[in-house]
Design a protein around this ligand. Structure first.
Ligand code: C2G
Length: 133
């Protein structure tokens, strides 16, 4: 049983998120997602459109996701990797190099981001459309 772990806010779930989760699952047999809590997001300077419970329910409905755990701090990754016996830690490559320190615990892989889509872009596009009507 090869276990994969990844982290994120996963707000306004979109194609880029799905592609990341799909490729992450393909690296093993079991995918754990550390989902940023609303409090942690405040620390990231992010305010999600959907609250944690809704973002969690949406992730749990995705066939590639096996377990969703709360991400409450930057430091918890080491503990999570041990607790959940993760063999692989995956993030999109906008984080390239940021988590190489975890490579003593597990494989660290950065996957290419999906171009042309982001939660920020969705919000900006909707705002622009909204101004025309
Ligand atoms: N992602 C992607 N392509 C996009 C947008 C996002 O591959 N077009 C990936 C990101 O690289 C990340 C995951 O989808 O691996 C979730 O993205 P976010 O919800 O934006 O996560 P982020 O805010 O980067 O939080 O401790 C790590 C943080 O929680 C990561």
């Amino acid at each position: 049983m090869r276990r994969v772990i990844t982290y994120g806010t996963y707000d306004l779930l979109h194609w880029g998120h799905i592609r990341l989760l799909k490729r992450a699952k393909e690296l093993g047999d079991y995918l754990i997602v550390g989902l940023s809590t609303d409090a942690f997001n405040e620390g990231k300077g992010k305010s999600a459109y959907h609250p944690y419970e809704e973002r969690k329910a949406m992730l749990e409905s995705i066939r590639y996701v096996d377990l969703v755990i709360p991400e409450e701090s930057w430091e918890q990754k080491r503990k999570d990797i041990v607790t959940y016996q993760a063999d692989v830690f995956v993030m999109g490559d906008d984080w390239k190099g940021s988590f190489d320190d975890l490579s003593d615990l597990c494989e660290v892989i950065y996957l290419p981001r999906t171009d042309g889509i982001s939660t920020t872009k969705i919000k900006d596009d909707l705002e622009r459309i909204g101004k025309h009507y």
